[in-house]
Ligand binder design. Sequence first.
Ligand SMILES: C[S@@+](CC[C@H](N)C(=O)[O-])C[C@H]1O[C@@H](n2cnc3c(N)ncnc32)[C@H](O)[C@@H]1O
Length: 199
Amino acid sequence: MAFTFFFRDRDTLDLVCELILPKLRGKRYINIWDAGCADGRETYTIAIMLRERMGSFGFRNVRIYATDIDESGDFGDVINKGIYPKDAIKRVDKRIFEKYFLPVSEDLCRVKEEIRKRVRYQRHNLLTYEPIREGFSLIICKNVLLHFKVEERVEVIKMFHKSLADPGFLVMEQTQKLPDEVSDLFTPITRKGQLFQKL
Ligand SMILES: C[S@@+](CC[C@H](N)C(=O)[O-])C[C@H]1O[C@@H](n2cnc3c(N)ncnc32)[C@H](O)[C@@H]1O
């Protein structure tokens, strides 16, 4: 269930940079919740893409709260260390790899501190329907809700709505449609992906 990889759903994350980031310009802090982050490959992908788009100065105002139910109990350690097998980075463009990763051994590499510093991990079960905090500018929850029953999905999305600031945005994977029960809480911001603004 924790299948994940670096730069997964790249098109969706490109849309985040193109359509959502400009709407957050001028905010003192951009708090992001990566809900169901697995072992952090998604979280670090988001961080790297934002750093690329925002530059080092703007990126200092980003905080990404990464959470997962983490049945293995390992994710916190992996994310805090930011160490991954080099094989896992194969899909990453060479320029990005050299800019944001450091070799640790023949087989391992580590996400650089500038990126790691912006990420905090916490174990969290979305089905408690309790947010980890409020005031998020952006919640990214990809390839997670499909594992839930429709009524659970609806309650989780209501919780996301409550924990978003104004403006606040919710992003899901391409195939995860917004259930009708919560369609009055959000408005789509593009037809190219599942990106929504809180109403
Ligand atoms: C298929 S992975 C997706 C990981 C990442 N979001 C991605 O798209 O690559 C699904 C993740 O959801 C997490 N998950 C499943 N049920 C959860 C729950 N109730 N609360 C929080 N995370 C959950 C799993 O532990 C797993 O890491």
